[in-house]
Design a protein. Sequence first.
Lengths: 426, 323
Amino acid sequence: MKLLIGLVITLGMWWLAKWVEEKHFYFGTQARELVYDVIQHGLGTVARQNLNVIVVDVSDVGWTPRKDPNQPREYDYTDRKQLRDVVMKIADQSPAAIGLDIDFTPYPIQLEDDDEFLACLLARSTGYRESADSLANGPLSPACFSTPNHYVPIYVATYTSLALGPVYALERPEYSALAAFAGAVIPSQYEAPRRMVDTIEIRYGLPGSGSWVVNSLSVAMHPKVQQNSLANIPGVAESISLAPHNEVPATEFYVDYGSIDRIEATTVASASLMDPKQPQIVNSLKGQYILVGRGKGTTDMDQHNIPGRLDRRYSGVYLHACAIYTLDSGPLLALLLPRGRLVLDLSLFLLIFGVVELTIFARKRFLQAQTRAGVLHLVVTVLVVVAAIVGGIYLAGSFRIMWDDSLFVAVGLIGHAVIDHVFTHD
Amino acid sequence: MNAIPYRKAVRADLCKVTPRWNIPLLIAVAILMSPLGSRAQVTTFAGVVIENTCKAQVFEPEDQKWHVLVSPKGSHRPLIAGEILKCGSTSGSLTLLDSQTYTTISGMQTHKVEVSSVLNEVIRYAEPAFTRGESPVETIFSSPPSGGTVEPERLVVRWRPPAGIGEVTLSVAPESSDLNLFESGRFEASSAAFDSQELRDALATYRDRNGFAPLVLRLRDAAGHEYRVSFSVLTPPNQKRLVQELAEWDAKDGLVRHLGRASVYSDFGLYSEAAAESELALKESPKSSILLQLAASAERRTGNLPRAYELESELKQMSAKVQ
């Protein structure tokens, strides 16, 4: 009978979790978010020692104030010459890839500076040389040219300009090779931003004409995306999901934010790259994924909430860094779907039931116990639920599986134990 | 002020007092707070000029004026949503691409740059997660700094008097309210500073009553001109954290101490204090280009542009000498 009640409760809670997920109820969604947050915290404790991702903070690079005589807007932007020097210094150390989390959407007053800068990046990244005649400021700096066959993949952030297609997104069609999408997915109501973009398809032309598939900054830099094998079983788990936007079909993946504080703590100031007194920094970028961006936000721009950390917000560059860390950590995180969750929910119930019954049997068989069976049931259930949460974190860390309805089932099973405690008289 | 930044300010405030480990409190905060779209304001790049053979002009919504459209041959001048284009001469034409369509205008025709449905969807789907140059809000005030934070007990209002300004009144109110926390009598704006214990007391009372909404300080002259600046008051929990974090740097030597303190002040939005510390750091090593850069950027952040320009020009001179 107890087994039957327990099974009914487990199935009921599984169904409730599924229903809440479909209906997007506020409290239910918050409960799932809480479990998701706990798992994200847990991932921080199992993060690997070498993160392979380094953020170079360019808050210390000068800002160029420009006043366009033909425009009312005054507009500051990172000094492109200083930025070029920083990027070339990084490239000299042969990192795995460099991503500039700085928007290069063309802006009328900085066309010439950006043209020269992007030509330099393209040369360093692919060896392609723009003709000196076509650049307003003449030939590129020698720093832009590496030795042959020693090119470093470099990508720059783009956003709204992608809508114009590869020909116009970055001033010249050839620069489209550098373009990566740097937007962060706006989550559904009541949800924290769990996912980042994998690829986004831009249908820039007339209806029915061609489209342009652009990688996100993290995927461009780390193109080896390892699918989670569980996600290959239909209905069990998903690691890459389709965004529900018809005009811009996009795919997304779940991000492991567990290491964000460590990534932030190891941020390198761009000035220290130029400092010969800091050789440990100068020689530390080889083989690493380097993100260049503004680590410190002074305004509301580019500041984001992440799951599990309601106490503060982070600059966008750290979101991309976590996305790269996720891609570099093996198979993608997979969120269990209802069918997959049912298997784990039932397993959790049977585990608790088995342990409780075994304990009761042991008490009757071997002990002259004073404790009532109901109390014992409650205590054991709570212990096993705690163990299940720890196990959930272990699952996420080791098998990259996110089981975010375990709280529902745990509540149901504790309810089962309470009922047992109230009605058991032995 | 619209609702989203206000709610973000509230959330940020609540978040700062929430210990990381306190999961039950996190739930309570999560339940109280609906998710907030932190959509930053970015320039909506909506099109490009393909060819201009008619001395075209562009109407900028920001200053409500027509300007010459500078688009040299071969360069695709970007167009921003809301700009209006027309040909400045009867001969020739202007071809542009926006809203996924090529359009050619000539003669007296005008064309308003529109956002395409794809672009709209991109903006609706994802928010900017990147750095983009942003101009400091134009303000005459250097204290309180625009968008920064102040400690009420130490506030002295400072500004650069605009030409021709006479007597003014000064008032402070929460952004979402018309009710003034403080209002001064008339005084000469040429004094360039306002040092009032009454104002400090009003802000301290506001803080002590858990006022966390950003404030607006207004300076009005007799002719009806109004100069304003938005700022926040440092909350007690943040004040406590500030003291702790500053103490960590106080044990260090001169230069490191000032740099550390500047960084802490900056983290708490106390940009005036950060600028003062950066200046002290610069005094320790006046020939350091990095310190000059840091001080210039700190001064720029407070809105003290003359000092920022002075430091930047010093930096340029130094670079020229080195080259």
